[in-house]
Write a protein that binds this ligand. Sequence first.
Ligand code: ADP
Length: 215
Amino acid sequence: DAYLRGERERPHAAGGVVDVRALPPYRADDPGIVLWQGDITRLRADAIVNAANDAMLGCFRPNHHCIDNAIHTFAGIQLRAECAAVMDRLGRTARTGEPIVTGGWNLPADHVIHVTGPIVDGPLTDAHRKALADCYRNCLAAADARGLRSVAFCSISTGVFGFPIDQAAPIAVATVRAFLRERRPDHPHMTVVFDVFSDHDRSIYEQALHRPVRA
Ligand code: ADP
C-alpha cells in the first residue's frame, strides 16, 4: 500500500512526522538545543537515541511502555536483526554508556544510537551521575564521528532504570552544552533535541534549560 511504498507517513504516528531541523532552539542564547515533547519515533533526525538495555536486542516484555519497545516496534524487525548482528560481532553485552549505532529502518530517523544508561536501585551516587554524563557524551561523539548533525535524546535512565529525572535533566543539559561548546567552532550546525514525554518531564527540562548557559 501507499505506506509500504513510502508515499505516506507511518499511520501509527498520530500528529505525523516532525523534522527536527524545523524546530526552533529553546533559547536564542543556547543555539542548537531544542526541547520537544512527544513520541521519539515521530522524529525525523539524523539520529534518535534509544535508552536500551545491555543485551541491545530490544525489549521482550509485551505491552511494556518503554522507549526501547516503541523504537523497535516502529523501526520494524530489521532493527532487531541489525542489533543482533552488531552484538554478535561484539561478542559480549554492551557496557553502560557504550553506544551502538544502527540504521533507523522504518523510522523517519536515519539512525538509532542505542545506549544503556546507569541503573539506580539505591541512593544516587557520583558514579551514577558520571555514567549518565558519559551516555550523552559518548552518543554525541558517535554521532559526530559519523557526520550526523541532528540527534534527539530521550531522557536516558529516568524510566525503568530509576534515575530521578530532576537529577538527570541538569546533567543531560550541562553535558550536551559542554559538548556543543567544544565542537561548535567545527560543527556549527549540530542540533540536539531533548525529547520529553510527559508534562512533568517537560517542566523539569524547562527548569534545567533556564539555568545559565555557562554554569
Ligand atoms: P530507561 O530504562 O533508560 O529508564 P525508559 O524507556 O524506561 O528507559 O524511559 C526513558 C525515558 O524515555 C523516560 O523519560 C520515558 O518517559 C521516555 N519515553 C518512553 N517512551 C517514549 C517515547 N516513545 N518517546 C519518547 N520518550 C519516551
